[in-house]
Design a protein around this ligand. Structure first.
Ligand code: ADP
Ligand code: ZN
Length: 632
């Protein structure tokens, strides 16, 4: 954007203006935006399109259909928002996430776009007003819940509207095989039948081919152009640490890498969620719990706080998830192993939607493998189902134990090839491996000699030669492997057993207390026919992966931290006055850039990402006050 300071700020005809300016604006500027890039620059305040955005916008703006597969944070919203501003009439956005509509509408309203929503949370009066405004051509974007859209009344109403496009968000909800299935989505093909000339764009972050086929078929998108983006999330740093004292490890991670940041901590059970949130609070962390067992009200309240505030740690089960549309989640931590790579990728994908550096961090140990294996075997599912779950768990374990690039492995899982990324723990500090054939034999032999009735804890005690009452009464102090493993310490042995289980060389007895069992694969190892290499666990205390920045990028000089803090305070005040989340006012990216570049006038302000005409008008003066106070 290059608006000279003296010139009147560029106005967009379809962009809402304060009443007083409206006449002047309409006279001074053409009534229809002709250029997508101009809208991107002036309304959204971004200098350039990302990836395929421009092609997608072109396809829709010229009246075609599109199916867009793009990862979370890829920038899907612009792909329908800009065509809706380019074309005559209202853009109708179907979204299943009623709770988020308000947020989305708030965000575009901040840009001066005339947006509203219609769903069941609204009072009748408000809904009627919105409908009147739509008919009067006063609305550019209308977010509608699918059940409302499909109601007879609304279908009739649409006949009387001028419609720019239909955007079907979270289009994977049409898939009966997915866990987000919404039956109403199946009826959305009606849009094509009733309004064949209105372009449609279906969007999702779900990548697999089965779902893709279903979306095309059920939404009648056979003629749509398909846009598939890479699912890589380069700003997310993946790391997995060996579980020791998980809570303490989490606390260190929060204190060292994310002081004051917003993030999500996933736990497997509700009980653990409550306990962890409580404990973190006791340690001075602003943490809130979220799980399906909580009262609806307190759950909603916590979610709301998390969205609004920019420094809350949400401790949650995976019930906290779909559509957490908060751009500044700086980390996602897993205290327990997720059940599948798909789940893991979706959960970690909630970090760093704004493209700023973010962490996906996980603690993982043998107990996770035991627990999940047991859950699978003890579930009521049939054998076919269990087999699928076991495969998924194996893939997840493979990810945890890998000595190669984690991102490469994740992308490969989704059918993409990539190079080592340089932004995961194994890339940053490549793990060593060691010849563990002898250790594996000693471990297996101990399993065998103790009758395949004990878990790793006792087996390690035997190997380390611990003389205890229990050991004596079991007679295990007389075993040939007693004290044979003193070359390795307790920690190293735990890693050995974990890796033996994770790679299928030992099995967990899931019917009892997690005793370890030999299996077919153990034999060649025991006989010395099959060499085993283990991953050398990094010494957690010594090896710190370079800091992934929290609030501010590492390269933000110390003297700018104060300025950034001042900008955040201003943002919080603005957000509170308007009753909206902070990110609705400005994203972190914008604040960081402001702190870096310290613009001193309006012309310099509009060069910042995320400051368009409307935000310049509204907040320019307040920003300049802060910036000038911190001038060099
Ligand atoms: P998605 O819906 O795909 O998860 P969003 O549409 O919410 O992603 O966009 C993610 C973030 O990227 C938002 O903060 C958005 O403002 C920003 N963004 C999108 N397109 C661009 C662009 N061309 N330049 C800069 N930022 C962009
Ligand atoms: Zn990597």
């Amino acid at each position: 954007m290059h608006v000279p300071e003296t010139a009147a700020p560029a106005r967009l005809a379809k962009v809402h203006e304060p009443e007083a300016n409206l006449e002047a604006t309409l006279q001074a500027y053409p009534t229809k935006m002709s250029n997508a890039l101009t809208i991107l620059n002036q309304t959204f305040g971004y200098p350039a399109f990302r990836g395929e955005q421009e092609a997608i916008i072109g396809q829709i703006a010229s009246g075609g259909d599109a199916l867009v597969l793009m990862p979370t944070g890829g920038g899907k919203s612009l792909c329908f928002q800009i065509p809706a501003l380019l074309r005559d009439g209202v853009g109708i956005v179907v979204s299943p996430l009623i709770a988020l509509m308000q947020n989305q509408v708030d965000q575009v309203k901040q840009l001066g776009v005339r947006a509203e929503f219609l769903n069941s949370t609204q009072l009748i009066d408000a809904a009627e007003r919105v409908q009147r405004d739509v008919l009067a051509g006063k609305i550019d974007l209308l977010y509608v819940a699918p059940e409302r859209l499909l109601s007879a009344g609304f279908l009739q109403l649409m006949e009387r509207m001028s419609i720019a496009l239909f955007a079907i968000d979270e289009a994977h909800c049409v898939s009966q095989w997915g866990h987000d299935f919404r039956p109403e989505y199946l009826q959305l093909s009606i849009l094509h039948e009733r309004f064949p000339n209105v372009p449609r764009i279906a969007l999702t972050a779900t990548a697999d081919e089965l779902t893709r086929g279903e979306m095309i078929k059920r939404l009648k998108l056979e003629d749509a152009r398909i846009f598939i983006s890479s699912f890589d999330r380069p700003n997310i740093r993946y790391s997995v640490v060996e579980k020791q004292d998980a809570r303490q490890q989490l606390l260190n991670f929060l204190r060292e890498e994310h002081p004051g940041d917003a993030g999500i901590v996933y736990c497997l059970s509700r009980k653990k969620v409550d306990e962890t949130a409580h404990w973190l609070k006791g340690q001075g962390i602003v943490a809130l719990p979220y799980h399906a067992g909580m009262e609806t009200d307190s759950r909603r309240r916590n979610q709301d706080k998390f969205l609004r505030d920019d420094s809350i740690v949400m401790v949650a089960t995976i019930a906290f998830g779909m559509g957490i549309d908060k751009p500044d989640v700086r980390f996602v931590a897993h205290l327990d192993l997720p059940k599948s790579v798909e789940g893991y990728y979706q959960e970690t994908g909630r970090a760093g939607r704004d493209g700023q550096p973010a962490n996906a961090w996980m603690t993982y140990g043998l107990s996770d493998v035991v627990q999940l294996s047991r859950m699978i075997e003890q579930s009521d599912a049939d054998e076919t189902h269990k087999r699928v779950e076991r495969h998924k768990l194996d893939a997840m374990l493979g990810y945890c134990e890998t000595v190669t690039c984690r991102r490469q492995m994740l992308l490969q899982y989704f059918g993409e090839v990539g190079k080592p990324c340089g932004n995961c723990d194994t890339c940053v500090a490549p793990p060593q491996t060691w010849d563990g054939s002898l250790a594996a034999q000693q471990a297996m032999s101990t399993v065998y000699r103790t009758g395949q009735r004990f878990g790793a804890g006792h087996l390690i005690d035997v190997l380390l030669g611990k003389v205890t009452e229990r050991m004596k009464s079991l007679g295990h102090d007389r075993l040939s492997t007693f004290g044979l493993g003193k070359d390795l310490d307790d920690k190293r042995w735990r890693s050995v057993f974990r890796q033996l289980v994770a790679t299928g060389l030992l099995r967990v007895d899931v019917t009892g207390y997690g005793a370890l069992l030999l299996n077919q694969a153990s034999r060649p190892v025991l006989r010395g026919e099959h060499a085993v290499r283990f991953r050398q666990e990094a010494d957690v205390e010594k090896k710190k992966t370079p800091k992934t920045r929290g609030k501010a990028p590492v390269d933000l000089p110390a003297d700018r931290q104060d300025l950034l803090e001042a900008l955040r305070t201003l943002r919080r005040a603005l957000a509170e006055t308007q009753g909206v989340p902070s990110f609705v006012i400005f994203h972190d990216t914008t604040l960081t850039q402001l702190a870096m570049q310290r613009p001193q006038n309006r012309a310099q302000l509009v060069a910042i990402n995320g400051i368009g005409a409307q935000k310049l008008e509204r907040y320019g003066a307040a920003l300049l006050d802060v910036l000038r106070a911190h001038a060099a």
